[in-house]
Ligand binder design. Structure first.
Ligand code: ZN
Length: 414
């Protein structure tokens, strides 16, 4: 059967696991390493598809759980699939809803930071409670809608049905993400369940692709998702279990501190098949994450943080992150960053974007988002070029020392 996706490695960097390559899908190619732009609700918040393409976006990632609730996978199918529905004809990833098992489950109303994202988090919060909106069973997950409380159910099979109806190019297996602060037994049972579910997802996915083939429709790809939180034993067990299955690529799930990325990703990528693409799911938008991910063999990343932070006024510059709402920018007529080539920096001043965000003007959200997305996309593009020409380690050092300051950058430079 024709493959829904091919991955060709072009160059490797000596002394690291970094590689550059090309992922080909039926909606075009992605030059890797690549930053996949967050498009949760079938839109990149405040940007048109033309703007996303013009800032260098190669691909977007939508979320099957959110789209199942609104507008419903049937509406997207009726529109001819997600590419036509959102007017984006390049490759699209879809996430399964596994993250919502966590955010509406154990983490619900505790704040993600409390249970998951911080080693300083409160371990006593990393437990299941009666008030959470997601309840996990071996067969699937019962959700109550975060919008109106209505009852929803998602199983590995229904997640595949929904993702295939939505029609993205690359799907993720339905997994159970849990807090890295939870008891070992909870993390292990979530991982074991994720493995059983991965086999169920793959089986349903293959049936659905056979149906597409019979109807001469484009085939869709499926990534297995590695879990196991901060445990080396569980991460390596997960990578070897999934690595033996015939997935088109692999997602690396979980929630990470930037300092943890290199180790966790290395454990996993040492074991996963070298010739398949690897996607780091929902990482932070710290520049260090991008460098470390690539150094340890990640091919694609996704993150909603650049637009979310932009809407709050937190903007990237090569000298570190700034808050443009700060009064010091009120009459600063320079661009956000003199080295940035984005539409916003070419045409507008700090003072103007500051003014728009202070007045809650919609254009401010767009201009800030264009800048932040372009900053991240361009950084990953430059990292890719530096892997190709062998200058990666020098580029990483120069970039991170300037961005974080020489002292703070050291923890990422090892
Ligand atoms: Zn800019």
């Amino acid at each position: 059967m024709k493959k829904p996706l091919t991955f060709t490695i072009k160059n490797r960097l000596d002394g690291s696991m970094a590689r550059t390559g090309v992922i080909k899908t039926s909606h075009g190619k992605i030059e890797t390493p690549a930053f996949i732009i967050g498009g949760t609700q079938a839109t990149v918040k405040s940007l048109t598809p033309e703007q996303v393409a013009s800032l260098g976006g190669q691909s977007v990632l939508v979320n099957a759980y959110h789209l199942m609730i609104r507008p419903g996978a049937d509406v997207i199918e009726l529109a001819g699939g997600i590419h036509r529905f959102m007017n984006w004809d390049k490759p699209i990833f879809s996430d399964s809803g596994g993250f919502q098992v966590f955010s509406l489950g154990m983490a619900y109303k505790k704040g993600i930071d409390v249970t998951s994202h911080s080693v300083k988090g409160d371990i006593s919060q990393a437990v299941h409670t009666k008030s959470q909106l997601a309840r996990v069973t071996d067969n699937g997950v019962h959700f109550r809608s975060h919008l109106d409380g209505s009852k929803l159910y998602m199983s590995p099979e229904s997640s595949m049905d929904i993702q295939h109806a939505i029609g993205a190019d690359i799907h993720m297996c339905f997994d159970e993400l849990t807090s890295p602060l939870a008891e070992f037994d909870i993390i292990k049972s979530a991982m074991d369940r994720t493995h059983v579910w991965a086999d169920r997802c793959l089986s349903r996915h293959n049936q659905l692709n056979n149906d597409h083939k019979a109807r001469l429709q484009p085939l869709q790809a499926l990534y297995g998702v590695v879990q196991g939180a901060r445990s080396q034993d569980l991460r390596t067990a997960s990578a070897s279990f999934l690595g033996q299955r015939d997935f088109d690529g692999y997602g690396i799930g979980g929630v990470f501190e930037p300092e943890e990325i290199s180790l966790t990703v290395k454990w996993v990528n040492d074991i996963l098949p070298d010739d398949k693409p690897r996607h780091l799911l929902g990482m932070g938008a710290q520049p260090a994450d991008l460098f470390l991910g690539v150094e340890y063999g990640v091919d694609t990343f996704d993150c909603v943080a650049p637009t979310r932070q932009a809407r709050n006024g937190a903007l990237f510059t090569y000298d570190g992150r700034i808050n443009i709402k700060n009064s010091r920018y009120k009459n600063d007529l320079s661009p956000i960053d003199r080295q940035c080539d984005c539409y916003t920096c070419q045409n507008y001043t700090l003072a103007y974007v500051h003014h728009l965000l202070k007045c809650d003007e919609i254009l401010g959200l767009s201009l800030a988002s264009i800048h932040n997305e372009r900053f991240v996309v361009r950084t990953v593009d430059s990292i890719r070029a530096s892997v190709n020409d062998g200058s990666f380690f020098q580029y990483k050092k120069d970039f991170l020392e300037r961005y974080y300051g020489i002292a703070d950058a050291q923890k990422f430079l090892g």
